[in-house]
Ligand binder design. Structure first.
Ligand code: ATP
Ligand code: MG
Length: 357
């Protein structure tokens, strides 16, 4: 039975409440399956600014680097909105992504049968939706140089550069194919190859990598069409792989298919060290400290950690089944109210899922 060191960075707002719920559920997994999980806590975001004067203290980074995986809550809140740029909570998040080399962001989008009516889309359209978006996280237009604003001869200009190295595309596309192998064996590579050189390279590399995976089907889709298809016929997708900015936009769009932000987990995988797991949602200052937040996104993020960082498949499934069971029994946090059921607090939801594990 394994020993695992988990760095827990609750952050701000509901980040604290939902990570504490996820830790409770992981403890239950440890008891049931006989694993030793050691939880060590670090500061990040606004909490770190208040206590250590920086959004990502050295100590937190070291803690993460010495751990087997990182569980993060959320950062930010109105308290720090007027801070200067280097003292914004979000800086902590960008810094940790860079420092841990978290190049692949995985966002599963699943619409549970009992929650179809929580989605703003028609029930028959979203029922059965089950795909993963694989977003490249450390390259592309958010990092390419040159980038900035210049005034030349009195004329104001701004530039950003969409740059990808072949190896950066290769590793993210390969990750997508490996995932697809364990799923419905279909990869949709999203690009803008009719206009962008970086997308033409992306497409070529995707074709090359595909040769290593003859059992998986590869299709290419232009990003504008993908934005439409996600709403028109979302069930056609299995694994979507795309560059940083397209992935940013498409994954927010796709989040609405599952009904609530409070349901969506994510994993950010590292090339070299520990990977990081966090709910897709933010710190939700409007409901922070009210015992109302939906802890499921954080709990499902912990399940992804069990599966992807520790290879504990049965344990991950036990957590997922416990979540389904709680939903099937009609338990709903307030954000899921449109789908009926009985409204419960964060703690009650956590207790129920723990008990089911
Ligand atoms: P960020 O900038 O950190 O991404 P955001 O502005 O996108 O944050 P969130 O903090 O994710 O916003 O919250 C958006 C809305 O969704 C809020 O009204 C919040 O109450 C609700 N919300 C987000 N997460 C949850 C959750 N886990 N449970 C219930 N409601 C949530
Ligand atoms: Mg947001």
């Amino acid at each position: 039975m394994g020993n695992y060191r988990i760095a827990v960075l609750p952050g701000d707002g509901i980040g604290k409440e939902v990570t504490s719920g996820a830790v409770e559920v992981l403890k239950a997994v440890g008891i049931r399956f006989g694993h030793e999980f050691a939880f060590e806590y670090g500061l990040i975001g606004g909490a770190a600014i208040d206590e250590a004067g920086t959004p990502l203290p050295e100590e937190t980074l070291r803690l993460c680097q010495q751990s087997d995986a990182v569980l993060l809550g959320a950062v930010g809140g109105p308290k720090w909105d007027d801070n200067p740029p280097h003292l914004r909570p979000e800086k902590g998040l960008l810094a940790i992504r860079k420092q841990l080399d978290l190049y692949a962001n995985l966002r599963p989008v699943v619409c549970y049968d009992s929650l179809v009516s929580a989605s703003p889309l028609k029930p028959d359209l979203v029922q059965g939706v089950d795909f993963v978006i694989v977003r490249e996280l450390t390259g592309g237009i958010y990092f390419g140089q040159p980038s900035g604003r210049v005034v030349e001869n009195g004329e104001e200009r701004a530039v950003d550069t969409l740059l990808y190295k072949k190896e950066e595309i290769e590793r993210i596309v390969r990750m997508a194919f490996m995932l697809a192998r364990g799923r419905k064996k279909k990869v949709t590579s999203v690009d803008k190859a009719n206009v962008l050189s970086s997308s033409r390279l992306w497409r070529e590399v995707a074709e090359e990598v595909a040769k290593e995976f003859p059992d998986v089907t590869l299709e290419h889709m232009l990003v504008d069409n993908a934005a439409m298809q996600l709403i028109r016929a979302p069930k056609q997708f299995d694994v979507i792989v795309t560059e940083n900015m397209f992935g940013d936009i498409l994954s927010d769009e796709a989040s609405m298919l599952s009904g609530s932000l409070g349901m969506l987990p994510s994993a950010s995988l590292s090339a070299s060290g520990p990977s990081l797991y966090e709910p897709v949602h933010g710190s939700a200052p409007d409901i922070a400290g009210m015992n109302k937040a939906n802890p499921i996104a954080a709990i499902l993020s912990a399940a992804m950690m069990l599966r992807l960082s520790f290879g504990l498949t049965a344990e991950a499934e036990a957590v997922e089944h416990a979540v389904w069971q709680a939903l099937d029994q009609g338990l709903r946090t307030a954000d899921l109210a449109p789908s009926g059921g009985r409204i419960v607090s964060t703690n009650e939801m956590v207790e129920e899922i723990k008990a089911a594990v």
